[in-house]
Design a protein around this ligand. Structure first.
Ligand SMILES: Nc1ncnc2c1ncn2[C@@H]1O[C@H](COP(=O)(O)OP(=O)(O)OP(=O)(O)O)[C@@H](O)[C@H]1O
Ligand SMILES: Cc1ncc(C[n+]2csc(CCOP(=O)(O)O)c2C)c(N)n1
Ligand SMILES: [Mg+2]
Ligand SMILES: [Mg+2]
Ligand SMILES: [Mg+2]
Length: 287
């Protein structure tokens, strides 16, 4: 059993509206509020050699990224810290606070507990105008499929390429890009936290469309053997670029460094150069 299968079971209990997007969406007068929560812990998320400050930064960044992927501006973050040694809490807090401040957000509270494995749970709140909200479900046949940034860098860092270590441990959420894309008319969006391929499948499924991707168009990490770079770019997790669709005449969006990698079509599934693309990426598993 993996987390994608479990989300389907949760969806049967609490509904599609609550589980289809990177954030929950709440009506608030002229605006929407969006909320996301993320759990990171030592075994699956904090590579050996990461500092406590960087753990705090990463925890804040993954949640700011989910807020950004809705087109929203982050307002506040709460951080719950489960940790084996009390002296780690301050540096974790400094890292999370620095990440929040870098993106116009504030760390405004949290919780803590003594815990054998360092576990960080960050919860974020954002706001977006009615026009600026972007969900995963709006991709239309004929739209372009595009991504910001270069997927596969975090996986390259994890596999020992030192030039990508920083990309792995201090990811940069697309807070500015998400809002610009929402205002410009992106039709569907999510972050590629679990990898490009699995995110393409998520976006295509949520929108009820087919996506055709051109492998040669996908940016990939330099300085890595070609085969590894292609695999990292498609299946590596931990990058926090935004995957989005928009009408052709909207692309490119001013100020947003993005690459067109394909097209939305009628139908279902994700195809790479005409062949079905495996729905694989970073996932959590249970026996
Ligand atoms: N335990 C849970 N209870 C209720 N909803 C959940 C639970 N776990 C996940 N979800 C919901 O399922 C959807 C998909 O979750 P997932 O964690 O894959 O998305 P995500 O937060 O965008 O991922 P990432 O943090 O990797 O960007 C989201 O809408 C999320 O709120
Ligand atoms: C061992 C190790 N593997 C991968 C990564 C990269 N990474 C960081 S957060 C994340 C996904 C979002 O988390 P979630 O899906 O749990 O919300 C990923 C893939 C890492 N830091 N350490
Ligand atoms: Mg996400
Ligand atoms: Mg998340
Ligand atoms: Mg995930």
């Amino acid at each position: 059993m993996d987390d994608r299968a479990l989300v389907k079971a949760i969806r049967a209990i609490i509904g599609s509206d609550a589980t289809d997007d990177d954030c929950a969406v709440i009506e608030d007068g002229e605006n929407y509020l969006v909320m996301s929560t993320d759990m990171l812990h030592e075994t699956t998320d904090f590579p050996k050699g990461i500092t406590d400050y960087e753990c705090g930064w990463m925890a804040a960044a993954v949640t700011l990224s989910d807020v950004a992927s809705m087109g929203a501006a982050p307002i506040a973050l709460l951080l719950a810290v489960g940790v084996d040694r009390a002296e780690r809490v301050e540096e974790i807090t400094r890292g999370a606070d620095a990440c929040c401040r870098a993106y116009g957000c504030r760390l405004m509270g949290g919780d803590m507990d003594a815990h054998s494995e360092c576990t960080l749970v960050s919860s974020g709140l954002g706001r977006v105008s009615r026009d600026g909200l972007v969900r995963r479900r709006g991709a239309q046949p004929g739209d372009v499929v595009a991504i910001t940034g270069i997927p596969g860098r975090a996986q390259a860092g994890l596999d020992g390429y030192p030039e990508y270590w920083k990309a792995l441990i201090t990811p940069r959420p697309g807070v500015f890009e998400g809002q610009a894309l929402g205002r410009a008319g992106a039709t569907a969006m999510m972050d590629v936290s679990d990898g490009l391929s699995i995110s393409l499948h998520d976006l295509a499924e949520a929108s009820g469309v087919r996506m055709d991707v051109d492998e040669a168009a996908i940016p990939r990490p330099g300085g890595v053997p070609a085969e590894d770079a292609a695999r990292y770019a498609l299946f590596g997790g931990g990058d926090f670029g935004l995957l989005f669709t928009c009408p052709e005449d909207v692309f490119p969006v001013a100020g947003v460094d993005a690459t067109c990698i394909g097209r939305v079509a009628e139908g279902e599934g994700v195809y790479l150069d005409g062949e079905p693309l495996a729905k694989a990426g970073y996932a959590h598993y249970w026996e």
